[in-house]
Write a protein that binds this ligand. Structure first.
Ligand SMILES: [Zn+2]
Length: 455
């Protein structure tokens, strides 16, 4: 099975692609001007920010970026498009021949280009007496279109690809958090020879459903010895089926011509000087290979919070990565809101010292957990392990465990064996220490030895 996707995403700019109208107009037809309504004599001017974001996305997707780029008019007549052509990019996309990794697989990116959104049509009224209302607030809103090669092998993989690319793009250019429901995708899918396009699928769930339905429809036709027709279909969200829409137009049907009002843009220099950003999944991949932790763990750390991921890296400087990962995903992640609010070097430094004390066996896990909770709340905490324990008491504990080494292995299945040591020490010290002090000293010593055994 071969699946290719065309993804349309709205770029997070304040104004439209070719005029200064706001992209967030309230009501209907409130954010419009002669340019985005296509009045004769009006002239488009390119939004520089949209161009920058487009280049940033192309660069991130490892595309080849030419030195110059221009726009084209895609001619078609429809009421949502009053100037009778859409300004898009045809023979000069921003980026070509890129790629994106999903796990170990590479999905090739054919092209990345900018285009304007048309208006929105709403049909109202009784059947047979319907009228169409048009809202042009959307008209001219900047979109980026990302086209993949048909490298995706299943509907699930298509969804994984979309999930991952949105995580990255959201971080890279600040797409809105709602894009998973609002992202619009055209998908082409071929189970046999002929490919079928499904237009205008909204959201990732529908994408997976639409593709699954279409895959089984095509498989059934092939099995029955019937021909699959090359066509465009729509996904019906209610009935969860795809429905034939029209014969597929070829690109020539649109009569593309170069857009004369915008000119040519030198983007090569812009692309070369742009500083690459480390996106979440790239960071996760780097952490996994640098610190030899598994991919799922590193992804979980990065996706939980960037602050925690940075803290994890810092901790790996002084404590074993697997210990750092366990604390990051455990006690530290349950304190993450507090940690986010108290970003700062002192806090990270305090946490690091607490965990170092755990690793060296000076502090028990539960003691460290209490200290971390207190640090998260912003309380002042004495970082040193509660080393008030008498040196003499520790010596007694060490001697007693040395004499009974089987306790260590028994302790793993039955923590109560510690009571044997505790009892012995209570007897020999005859009330010199509080029993809680003895219990703590014994547990601490056993845990320290077990940790040492593991590492
Ligand atoms: Zn406008």
């Amino acid at each position: 099975m071969r699946i290719g996707l065309e993804i349309h995403l709205q770029l997070p700019t304040a104004s439209k692609l070719f005029c200064s109208c706001s992209t967030s107009g309230n009501g209907r037809n409130t954010s419009i001007c002669p340019t985005c309504l296509g009045f004769p004599g009006s002239r488009p001017r390119l939004n520089r920010r949209a161009l920058e974001i487009g280049i940033q996305i192309s660069k991130f997707l490892e595309c080849k970026i030419a030195d110059t780029t221009w726009f084209s008019r895609k001619t078609y007549f429809y009421p949502d498009l009053p100037k009778n052509f859409q300004i898009t990019q045809y023979d000069s996309p921003l980026g070509v021949d890129g790629r994106f990794h999903v796990g170990d697989k590479i999905i090739r990116i054919m092209r990345v280009h900018l285009e304007e959104d048309p208006g929105r049509i709403k049909r109202v009224g009784k059947s047979g007496e319907e009228v169409s209302l048009i809202d042009y607030n959307r008209s001219g809103v900047p979109l980026v279109e990302i086209v993949t090669a048909p490298d995706i092998a299943s509907p699930t993989e298509a969804r994984d690809f979309m999930t991952d690319i949105l995580i990255e793009l959201r971080h890279l250019v600040g797409l809105s958090g709602k894009d998973e429901q609002t992202v619009r995708v055209d998908a082409n899918i071929s189970v046999g020879e002929e490919r079928v396009e499904i237009k205008n699928i909204l959201g990732l769930k529908n994408l997976e459903r639409g593709l699954s339905f279409e895959a089984s429809r095509q498989a059934k036709l092939i099995k029955a010895g019937k021909r699959i027709i090359r066509e465009t279909r729509h996904f019906d969200e209610e009935r969860k089926v795809t429905i034939s829409a029209r014969g597929k137009e070829t690109e020539e049907d649109y009569g593309y011509i170069a857009e004369p009002d915008l000119g040519i843009f030198n983007v090569g220099e812009m692309a070369r000087t742009m500083v690459p950003v480390e996106t979440p999944l790239k960071m996760a991949a780097r952490l996994a290979s640098k610190y030899a932790i598994d991919r799922a763990t590193s992804r979980q750390i990065v996706m939980t919070s960037r602050t925690l991921a940075d803290l994890f890296e810092r901790l790996c400087g002084t404590i074993p990565p697997e210990v750092a990962a366990a604390w990051i995903l455990g006690p530290l992640s349950s304190n993450r809101d507090l940690l986010e609010n108290r970003k700062g070097d002192t806090l990270a430094c305090d946490i690091e010292r607490v965990l170092q004390a755990v690793v060296s066996g000076e502090m028990t896990d539960s003691e460290a957990r209490l200290k971390i909770n207190a640090l998260g709340k912003g309380e002042s905490v004495d970082i040193a392990a509660e080393g008030t324990e008498d040196g003499q008491l520790r010596e007694l504990v060490v001697a007693c465990i040395d004499e009974n080494p089987e306790i260590l292995s028994d302790f793993k299945t039955n923590r109560r064996v510690a009571n044997f040591v505790i009892g012995q020490i209570i007897r020999t010290t005859k009330g010199k220490y509080a029993s809680s002090e003895i219990v703590e000293a014994v547990n601490k010593e056993i845990e320290r030895r077990l940790r040492k055994e593991q590492s």
